[in-house]
Design a protein around this ligand. Structure first.
Ligand code: F6R
Length: 240
C-alpha cells in the first residue's frame, strides 16, 4: 500500500483529485467506484470545478459502494440523493450511467444479485473509499468475510452513531444498508482510500501496521496490488 501523508483535509482532497483526474483522462469511458460521506466532498468539489474547465464525464460510468435500506432518491438522506447533490448534478455525466443499490428494492436478495452482476460487467478502473472509525470500508463492518459480495448488512451501533450527525435524530438512521462486499471492492483495478481526522487514527494504524484480519475490514487492502492511502496529519498521528 502506498501511503501519502498530507497536512489537512484540503491537501488530502487536492492529492486525491490529482489521482482521480489521471484515471478519468486516461479512461474517458471508464468506470469510477464512488463513495459517500464527509471524506470525498472536497474531492467532488474539485471534480466539479475541473469539469467546468473542460474535463468531460459524458461517457464515464459510476458504481457506488452502498445505500441505506429503505431510502431512495426521494429522501435527502439517501446516498443516491447525496451523489446527485454533491457531484452528478454538477458535472456532464449521464445519470443513466450512474449506479447504486436500490434501497427500496422489494426483494433484497434479487437486488444484491442484480448489483453483483452489474459489477462483473463494470469493473472499477478506480474505487474510492472512506474509512470508518471502526475500520469498515463501504458498510462492511468488522467480521465481514473477505470473500463477501453485495449484501444487506445490519449497521453497528458505532456506525449508526457516526452517521447520526447527518440526520435530525439518531432514531432516524436506518439500521440496515446494502453494501458492496469486500471481494467487489478488491476487484477494482486501483483503490484510493482517504482518511482525515483524529477519530480515524486508530483504524489507519491497524489498516497499515496490523495483521490482515476480518476484524478490521480495511486491512484487506494490504493485499491489493495498487492501493493508495491519503491521510492528513491527524489521521496519521499514531503512525511512527
Ligand atoms: C460511504 C461509505 C462509508 C464511509 C465511512 C467514512 O459510502 O461506504 O464506509 O466512507 O463511513 O465516512 P465519513 O467520510 O463520513 O467519515
Amino acid at each position: 500500500m502506498k501511503v501519502i501523508v498530507v497536512k489537512d483535509y484540503e491537501q488530502m482532497s487536492d492529492k486525491a483529485f490529482e489521482i482521480m483526474k489521471q484515471v478519468v483522462v486516461a479512461n474517458p469511458n471508464g468506470v469510477l467506484g464512488l463513495a459517500t460521506g464527509t471524506t470525498p466532498i472536497g474531492l467532488y468539489k474539485r471534480m466539479i470545478e475541473d469539469c467546468k474547465q473542460g474535463t468531460s464525464y459524458k461517457n464515464i460510468k459510476t458504481v457506488n459502494l452502498d445505500e441505506y435500506k429503505g431510502l431512495d432518491v426521494t429522501s435527502d438522506q439517501s446516498y443516491v440523493y447525496f451523489m446527485r447533490d454533491n457531484l452528478f448534478n454538477h458535472i456532464d455525466i449521464d445519470l443513466n450511467n450512474t449506479n447504486i443499490e436500490n434501497g427500496k428494492a422489494e426483494n433484497a436478495e434479487e437486488e444484491c444479485a442484480r448489483y453483483n452482476a452489474l459489477l462483473e460487467v463494470l469493473q472499477q478502473d478506480i474505487q474510492l473509499l472512506g474509512l470508518g472509525s471502526n475500520g469498515h470500508i463501504a458498510f462492511n463492518e468488522p467480521g465481514t468475510p473477505f470473500g463477501s459480495v453485495t449484501h444487506v448488512v445490519d449497521l453497528q451501533e458505532s456506525t449508526i452513531k457516526d452517521n447520526a450527525r447527518l440526520f435530525n435524530d439518531i432514531s432516524e438512521v436506518p439500521r440496515q444498508a446494502f453494501t458492496m462486499g469486500l471481494k467487489n471492492i478488491m476487484n477494482a483495478k486501483k483503490i484510493l482510500i482517504l482518511a482525515s481526522g483524529a477519530n480515524k487514527a486508530k483504524a489507519v494504524y491497524g489498516m497499515i501496521h496490523g495483521e490482515v484480519t476480518e476484524s478490521l475490514p480495511a486491512s484487506v487492502l494490504q493485499l491489493h496490488p495498487d492501493c493508495t492511502l491519503i491521510i492528513d496529519e491527524a489521521a496519521a498521528s499514531l503512525l511512527k
